[in-house]
Ligand binder design. Sequence first.
Ligand code: WTA
Length: 666
Amino acid sequence: MPDNETTAPSLENLLHETRAFPPGPAFAAQANAQPSLYEEAAADRLGFWAAQARELVTWSTPFTQTLDWSDAPVARWFADGKLNAAYNAVDRHVEAGLGDRVALHFEGEPGDTRAVTYADLQREVSRAANALTALGVTTGDRVVVYLPMLVESVVAMLACARIGAPHSVVFGGFSADALRSRIADAEAKLVITADGGYRRGAPSALKPAVDEALAPKDGQPATTVEHVLVVRRTGQEVDWTEGRDVWWHDAVEHADAFHEPVQVDAEHPLFILYTSGTTGKPKGILHTTGGYLTQAAYTHKFVFDLKAESDVYWCTADIGWVTGHSYVVYGPLTNGATQVIYEGTPDTPHRGRWWELVEKYQVSILYTAPTAIRTCMKWGEDIPAGFDLSSLRVLGSVGEPINPEAWMWYRRVIGGDTAPIVDTWWQTETGGIMISPLPGVTATKPGSAQVALPGIVADVVDDEAHSVPDGGGGYLVLSEPWPAMLRGIWGDLQRFKDTYWSRFEGLYFAGDGAKKDEDGDIWLLGRVDDVMNVSGHRLSTTEIESALVSHEVVAEAAVVGAADETTGQAVVAFVILRGEHADRASTPEGAQEVQAELRNHVAKEIGPIAKPRRILVVPELPKTRSGKIMRRLLRDVAENRTVGDATTLADSSVMDLISAGLASTK
Ligand code: WTA
């Protein structure tokens, strides 16, 4: 394994955590999940999944095969069935007489609102599908979506699904360069964007990044993009490329409101979503239609105890992340839920904005990230106390391990000491939730994701792939294929096999460290590879290092994720300057200037979320004799700890040099 072993700042605390909260009898009595669900799935796992697929999803051609694992690790689920994801998410609810149910309560950051019913959504998605077709997009073509959180974002994704054109959503916070490489890798035919969106009280432009991403660069071949569809949100000025750019309102609002959904094979690609890996190049995670939709709907129904006719659900994730795909778009809509989507930041115009929205829409299920909870803790509990949160009955957490303190605060302050918390472990690659308590069934423990869902088989293994006993620690693996599993990395089958399937024979290696407690419950301990988790967002150390070295003053760079109270981890970079620039950092002002330049450079190369919190200019980096950077030691420095065992360093004086160098630039 890499030498930067598990980052588990609160491991000591976790081992002493013994609190447990059994489900209340009233909740248990009405819960969607019953203990028998585990037994059913264990008795006949594939039969269980087939039953979920038949019950929760509508098929235009019913499937007869459940799993084909003959081409492992590429799975085929429900492969001889046909369906359409947008039809499942929208039309069938209208056909069932639920057209007047609100699908989306949109709240813009400036306070503008829009309630979109399932019937409205059917018309909008159909129009958009017709507009995409008119722009030459057909089944199989890739469409990049680069939008803020708007109704149009959900419509755009569903319109793609409706015509069988896989979408690839790129988070609006990513830079033009990041967008360019994703467009190129996916060979997208169309980009859907907006003039801008509202963030922190001001319009924030998006279109210029698309223009830049599509401009010729370094003699690179012309882009595959034929058109850019632009939503007008902020009304800000945009540059316009005639013949290429088309306003959404021109193309969509005048299109026919009827569209026949294209029924695709269960294994037809639904989307590609890029995520950071251990190398500099992001991976295009490929998901297909039938299995993905089944697991999204199944998990959404049981993990959140959704009662579609009465609940108001709100997942605060952006559609740019997988959580926005599975738990804003596909899961909730397939289940016919009513949900809130919010464009902006939690502190605009005031720090109670989220709680105001919970009160206003009577939100009953809230799904958010530990980093947001910790931020609210920091702001103080008198802020949520100013709002009526009594409608909340289930609380979810995702993105990183939630520390017991934040869990307890979430339960007490937001959940009124009664709402069960579901700490859900999963990944872009898994497509849907894998490990989580089931509300009404599981006695929850603060800080633990606990148990694999019915139908999922997870384990913690040691270096030799042996299952560890209760009380032991090791690596989290998934031992059986699951319906929403990734079907590969776009265009790179070998990388798919190497990344996930080569560490342990026949097991999917998730990249996370974990332990089992005495009850056999699973506690996640963070990544064991070169992937950081900053505010629940995955960032690659290697990708940030390459960005830094691409700057002219940098000779070498090493990046680590240092424990941070609010964001989980923070990016800390160690850089060696090139000889001719080395002097620039010799004065405090000079060093500050270099640091600012480099932080902006990373923001430009990747996006503001990847900006290092701290950049330390050092004379050397600690390396093993084989030349591998020992990030563990750098993490000690970044976290202000005594530097650990440095005996495997090629040159053991390096750490002294680094410490001395840091002292002189302080
Ligand atoms: C981490 C987000 C502990 C984990 C859905 C995983 C978690 C990575 C949890 C995937 C959790 C996510 N407890 N760790 N409940 N949820 N993670 O692809 O390290 O953005 O491998 O998917 O986030 O991040 P991704």
